[in-house]
Design a binder for this molecule. Structure first.
Ligand code: PLP
Length: 336
């Protein structure tokens, strides 16, 4: 494997299962739909950041860091998985949390991910509204260094070329599973947010010469920015892998139209998709990422974008704790 030359510490339960979704596939009457269960990576309820952290935490260890510093929204899944990885490594952990979502469910600031951050022993710094988050993040790194700490700084979402190696590994794992199961995967569909997951998948399938197309469903309501970011990280990742052929920009496909008004603000389509998948398959999605990505998948199937002979894999990237921060939204209007 091309990425095996990079140091990695085991944090995730791998390989994650690849499962067929018979009732959803039948209900939609289109392509075969499978799910890759990266919600089952295992670390403090799992999710996609765990694969990235296997590489990032190895780098932190190699640099002799004694502290992990990262940033995210109040209900960040990335931040929660980082807090768990730091706890396992016996390192102290500082989390800078921005109030990025104008959402006033009383559970939002105390339940779900942020509850777990505290439980995992991280030092949580919630920024007052309107703070320049990047400036505050850099200031925190300086303060830690001034106090004699050796922080390892992880960017938002763990999205850089090192983190993206986790999704190069995922592409390799999925290609091997498909081969063993006799499946040909035409499309891999997933939620794209800070770009590292999609970048790793694109670079990973590219170096395998795979024909699987990656469709990242934008959940930020800023699809152009995300596409540029995915492209930048994918190119750097591909360079580091020393892939033979140059990566093409057309391999970065970001699907827009399903994010709603803004990152973290729920949509009707998302609620319908989360309910439908729960009731058809007993599979729980989240309101911020996987619910919107599934809304996109369902809509694209209905529009006839895929043929019945094709096979789609939905990458479940986790995020379930975030569901509890949207309790009121899901209680209201409880009809499908
Ligand atoms: C972070 C996250 C994503 C998006 O992954 P990126 O690498 O940031 O694009 C998708 N789903 C969930 C549940 C996440 O927490």
């Amino acid at each position: 494997m091309a990425c095996s030359k990079f140091p990695r510490i085991p944090l995730a339960h791998l390989p994650t299962p690849l499962e067929y979704l018979p009732r959803l596939s039948e209900h939609l009457g289109g392509p075969r739909i499978l799910v890759k269960r990266d919600d089952c990576t295992g670390l403090a309820t799992g999710g996609n950041k765990t694969r990235k952290l296997e590489y990032l935490m190895a780098e932190a260890e190699a640099q002799g860091a004694d502290t992990i510093l990262t940033i995210g929204g109040v209900q960040s899944n990335h931040v929660r998985q980082t807090a768990a990885a730091a706890a396992r490594a016996g390192l102290s952990c500082h989390l800078v949390l921005a109030r990025a979502v104008p959402w006033d469910d009383p559970a939002y600031e105390v339940s779900g991910n942020v509850q777990l951050d505290h439980l995992l022993g991280a030092q949580v710094h919630v920024l007052p509204e309107g703070t320049d988050r990047e400036a505050a993040f850099h200031r925190m790194a300086r303060v830690l260094r001034t106090n004699g700490r050796k922080p390892y700084v992880i960017p938002s979402g763990g999205s850089n070329a090192m983190g993206a190696m986790g999704y190069v590994t995922c592409a390799e794992e999925l290609a091997a599973q498909a081969r063993d199961a006799g499946e040909k995967i035409d499309y891999l569909i997933h939620a794209t947010g800070s770009g590292g997951t999609q970048a790793g998948l694109v670079a990973g399938f590219h170096q395998l010469n795979s024909e699987t197309q990656v469709l990242g469903v934008d959940i930020t309501a800023a699809a152009d920015d995300i596409a540029a970011k995915v492209w930048a990280i994918a190119r750097e990742t591909s360079d580091q892998l020393q892939s033979e052929n140059a990566l093409r920009k057309t391999s970065v496909q970001v699907v827009e139209g399903y994010a709603g008004a803004a990152y973290g603000l729920p949509t009707e389509q998302m609620r319908a998709a989360v309910r439908q998948v729960a009731r058809l398959e007993g599979l729980i999605l989240d309101p911020v990422y996987t619910g919107k990505a599934m809304a996109g998948l369902i809509d694209m199937v209905r529009q006839g974008r895929f043929s019945p002979e094709q096979t789609i894999v939905f990458l479940h990237t986790g995020g379930m704790p975030g569901l509890f921060a949207y309790n009121e939204f899901f209680q209201a209007d409880d009809a499908i």
